[in-house]
Every structure is written in C-alpha cells, then in structure tokens.
Design a protein around this ligand. Structure first.
Ligand SMILES: Nc1ncnc2c1ncn2[C@@H]1O[C@H](COP(=O)(O)OP(=O)(O)O)[C@@H](O)[C@H]1O
Ligand SMILES: [Mg+2]
Length: 222
C-alpha cells in the first residue's frame, strides 16, 4: 500500500513561557519505501518535526497530510488511532517498562489496541535477534538489546513508517551499527524509515538526507 506524509507550511511554536519557534514554515514530503535521515544541531527542531510528522503533536499552523488526509486538526483520540495504525516510534532512551519482560514489552501496543498476539511478538523478537531473551527484564539486557526490543515493539502493529529519534544516541558504536542494520533491513522489507541522527555514517546509508537549522529545512542531499 502507498503511504505518504506531507507537511505543508508547518509551524510549531511552543508557548509555555517565552515563545519558542521550533518549526518555521517547514515543507516536506515522505514517500513510501524511503529511508530518510534528518540531521542538524541540537535544538534545531528535529524531534519536534518527528513528533508532528508522527501525530504525537499538532502543528501550530500548517497542514500535516497523511495519505491525502489533513490530520492537523483531528482530536487527540483520532490522532492516537492513526498512530496505532500506521506509525512506529523508536526513541533514544528506549522507553521500555522495567517491570515487564522483553516479550511483554513488545506486546504493549497490542494490549492498548486490544489485540494481544504473543506469537507475533515472539516472531518479532526473533527478527531482531533476541529469541533467547524473551523473558529477560530490560535491566538484564544491554543497551543495544533494549533498543532492539523497542524496535520489535514498534513493529507489532505492522506500521507503514518507523520514526526513530536518535536511536543510536545511547549506544556504543557496534550496537549502534546493529540497530542501523536492522532499520535498513526493515526498510528493504518495505517499511518507510525516518531517522534523526548526528551520525554521518547513518546519513551515508540513507537515500535522502535532510538538513535542518534553527527550525527550518536548509538543504537536502538525495
Ligand atoms: N515542550 C516544549 N516546550 C517548550 N519548548 C520546547 C519543547 N520541546 C522543544 N522545545 C524547544 O524547541 C526547540 C526545538 O527542540 P527539539 O525539536 O527538541 O530540537 P532537536 O531535537 O533538534 O534537538 C528547542 O529550542 C527546544 O528547547
Ligand atoms: Mg531531539
């Protein structure tokens, strides 16, 4: 299935306190099957862009169009439904629940959407190379292993797109490479991947690199 995300003249202004212009008139189109990396200095708006793209947050102005539908004014509930159906997130700090096993962590999104599929969670752990770690708690796993559990979790609802925010930021270089290889493999299997990173080697792997500065997209390498 074709899957597209379009941002049209998107602004994000945080106004809790002194207004912060985090996104300034951003236009961007992400198409099915792409591997896109987003680079830029700390504070330039990369995470905000990912959150707006992924319906975790709404733009202050402008449109976010997913599969031709403007979602920028939908209710939080409707946005949650879109996230559940299409989007998988991976964060720098994993966000695994410490009291749940690897397998249970992978099943969480299924618990929320009301379809728990233990067999599928097992297969996903196998896919990320953690078949033998099913019953481990996050504290019993290395950073790279935790991130791979988080990736398996992001895949449980068959997302069309994975949005990864500095997924290798807390990992040593070998684990980081493993995680990136995994994201590439996913991309080859048809999942669109957008990765925010500081790492030039990630950017080399991506077919599109988008450069941001001060809330704007300032360039792109294709
Ligand atoms: N919830 C928030 N409230 C107020 N300001 C925020 C919030 N989130 C981010 N910002 C500000 O918006 C700007 C962009 O932040 P962010 O998108 O996190 O940048 P990056 O991911 O590139 O480091 C920064 O100046 C940051 O301080
Ligand atoms: Mg960030």
């Amino acid at each position: 299935m074709v899957f597209t995300i379009e941002l049209k003249k998107v602004w994000k202004i945080y106004s809790n306190g002194v207004p912060v212009y985090a996104l300034k008139n951003v236009n961007l189109e992400i198409n099915s099957g792409e591997f896109v990396s987003i680079m830029g200095p700390s504070g330039c708006g990369k995470s905000t862009l990912l959150h707006v793209m992924g319906c975790l947050d709404k733009p202050t102005k402008g449109k976010v169009i997913i599969n031709g539908r403007d979602v920028s004014k939908l209710s939080d509930e409707e946005l949650a439904r879109i996230r559940n159906r299409y989007i998988g997130f991976v964060f720098q700090s994993f966000f695994l629940l410490p009291v749940l096993s690897a397998l249970e962590n992978v099943m969480i999104p299924g618990m929320i959407s009301g379809n728990i599929d233990e067999e599928k969670a097992r297969k996903l752990l196998e896919f990320v190379g953690l078949k033998k770690r099913e019953n481990h708690l996050p504290s019993q796993l290395s950073g790279g292993e935790r991130q791979r559990v988080a990736i398996a979790r992001a895949l449980i609802n068959d997302p069309k797109i994975i949005l990864a925010d500095e997924p290798t930021g807390n990992l040593d270089s070998k684990s980081g490479r493993d995680v990136l290889r995994l994201l590439s493999r996913l991309n080859r299997s048809g999942v669109t991947v957008v990765v925010v990173t500081h790492d030039e080697s990630v950017a080399e792997r991506a077919e599109r690199v988008i450069y941001m500065k001060d809330g704007k997209i300032i360039g792109e390498k294709a």
